[in-house]
Design a protein around this ligand. Structure first.
Ligand code: GUN
Length: 168
């Protein structure tokens, strides 16, 4: 087990995330967008923008989920992070969020709204510390954790990756 993560999680006051890993919300705008001014997908008013730290270890994964807003990932430290994305049309791509530009890693990645996505740490015995920013701001009302069976039924061609990165 990577001992460093206990120190990071404690120093950054992180708590377990329902998708796996640990997070700490670092920013929630005071400003609010009224429901009438955003897409009717949203069930109420939303803050303009929110940001979190997100910490994942190689023993764990962030399970497939989707939200109603684009999510911007930022690399901070540790191992590169794989972000597994399935678009609504069923195209699967594995992105690598990291800082090694010679390896084609991405310091930032945008996951468009409505895509299913999961993440995992590239290096064994390691952790990844990243940030995630969303606008309109994050609300668990807009968050949906995938059901393994339903997602496989929708995208049977991605059965293997869906089975690996869902919990049930
Ligand atoms: N706040 C709580 N959970 C999340 C999440 O998964 N993503 C973002 N961007 N913010 C969050």
């Amino acid at each position: 087990m990577d001992k460093g993560i206990e120190v990071i999680a404690s120093k950054l006051e992180m708590k377990p995330h329902p998708e796996g890993g640990f997070y700490k919300e670092t920013y929630r705008s005071i400003g609010v967008i009224p429901q009438e001014s955003i897409s009717e997908n949203f069930s109420g008013d939303r803050n303009y923008c929110t940001a979190i730290y997100f910490l994942l270890t190689s023993e764990n994964f962030s399970a497939f989920h989707r939200i109603k807003q684009d999510e911007i990932w930022h690399f901070y430290d540790g191992s590169p992070l794989y972000v597994h994305v399935i678009t609504p049309k069923g195209k699967y791509t594995r992105y690598v969020v990291g800082i090694d530009l010679n390896q084609g890693e991405l310091p930032q990645l945008v996951v468009p709204d409505g895509c299913w996505f999961a993440s995992s740490v590239k290096n064994p015995g390691a952790h990844s510390l990243v940030g995630c920013t969303v606008a309109p701001g994050f609300d668990f009302e807009d968050f949906e954790l995938a059901s393994r069976g339903d997602l496989i039924q929708e995208f049977p061609e991605h059965k293997e990756i869906i089975s690996k990165y869902t919990r049930g």
